[in-house]
Design a binder for this molecule. Structure first.
Ligand SMILES: Nc1ncnc2c1ncn2[C@@H]1O[C@H](COP(=O)(O)OP(=O)(O)OP(=O)(O)O)[C@@H](O)[C@H]1O
Length: 312
């Protein structure tokens, strides 16, 4: 069994020139490791360098420096062999709107010698089996996106790269695309999905890398990234919030107030919060531990300017 990642970049760097000829560093010293199998989320705020990185991984943009290895092939010499095993969606896919989804796929399949049976299997696989005969113009955005995923699967790629595939989709579309990504990973393929919407990928991603201003700030299994954030909070509802804020702040804990609800950061656990309040004569009507999610980890990292790397 090989432990070689599906994607490995080292010290990857890419700069652009702005209109005023100022140097814009899009990607700076990026070491990205995407393990084989599973869904890997590539996360970062807008402008963090995700699209630039993905374009470099696909050979569409040439890095200034650094190395790229995809599916065991080093760039630039192995680019062609690497890309043969990659299916990608980097822009809004285009289809003939008047043709059915099935006919669109058949046209694409013909170009690479794919069979009619394979097209039908792919339509089923992305959940479009029943709608394959409808004109694409009647498809919702999420359905078009799933048709695009089916198109990338025509050449049976081991690695799928999707740049913000849920952009502009409604909740149902997001759900469908997410489920399709999960299915693909469960078949043993590797899925790299970029997103700035963490909530959308947290449920489906096994591992993640977070980039800020072109640099990697955290990477590893999603559960570990979330677990590494010590910042669980305690949420309390109290009848005397002003008194409670005084009591809790006196412990050195951070307190955020929203009406009669307080969120306490830095307390060891809910029972200690309860004891401190009770000792001051305040009895909460609600008390709950708020577990950190990927979003809170992300906010911590992006707010903390080039935070420490969390090793996988
Ligand atoms: N062709 C280009 N010319 C000049 N600057 C560019 C070019 N492409 C990207 N940039 C700049 O590089 C930086 C990274 O952009 P990139 O699109 O890679 O980020 P991103 O994380 O994908 O963001 P988004 O989610 O908004 O697409 C940004 O500052 C962007 O303005």
């Amino acid at each position: 069994m090989t432990t070689e990642p599906a994607i490995r970049t080292r010290a990857l760097r890419k700069t652009y020139r702005s209109f005023t000829l100022r140097e814009v560093v899009a990607v700076e010293g990026l070491d990205l490791d995407v393990p084989v199998g599973g869904v890997h989320a590539f996360l970062g705020p807008n402008g963090a360098g995700k699209t630039t990185t993905i374009r470099m991984l696909l050979g569409l943009v040439r890095p200034d420096s650094g190395s790229i290895r995809v599916l065991g092939h080093d760039f630039p010499d192995g680019l062609e062999r690497a890309v043969a095993g990659v299916g990608a969606i980097v822009e809004q896919p285009r289809f003939f709107p008047a043709f059915s989804g099935r006919r669109n796929l058949l046209l694409l399949a013909r170009g690479i010698g794919g069979s009619e049976r394979a097209v039908d299997a792919l339509l089923d696989q992305v959940g479009l089996g029943a709608r394959g005969g409808d004109a694409v113009r009647k498809y919702a955005l999420g359905m078009r996106q799933r048709l695009a995923i089916a198109a990338t699967l025509l050449k049976d790629p081991r690695l799928l790269i999707f740049d913000e595939p849920t952009n502009g989709l409604d909740p149902e579309g997001i759900h469908d695309v997410r489920r399709t990504m999960r299915d693909l990973a469960d078949q043993g393929r590797t899925v790299l999905v970029s997103s700035h919407a963490l909530g959308e990928v947290e449920q489906v991603a096994d591992t993640a890398s977070i980039v800020v201003r072109g640099r990697l700030v955290a990477s590893g299994p999603v559960a570990e990234l979330v677990g590494a954030s010590a910042a669980s909070s305690v949420r309390v509802r109290v009848s005397q919030p002003a008194v409670a804020v005084g009591l809790l702040s006196a412990q050195g804990w951070g307190v955020r107030q929203d009406g009669d609800v307080l969120v306490v950061d830095g307390a060891p656990d809910p029972s200690v919060v309860s004891q401190v309040l009770a000792a001051g004569g305040v009895h909460p009507s609600e008390l709950a531990l708020v577990r950190p999610d990927l979003e809170s980890v992300f906010l911590q990292l992006t707010g903390s300017d080039r935070g420490a790397v969390v090793a996988p």
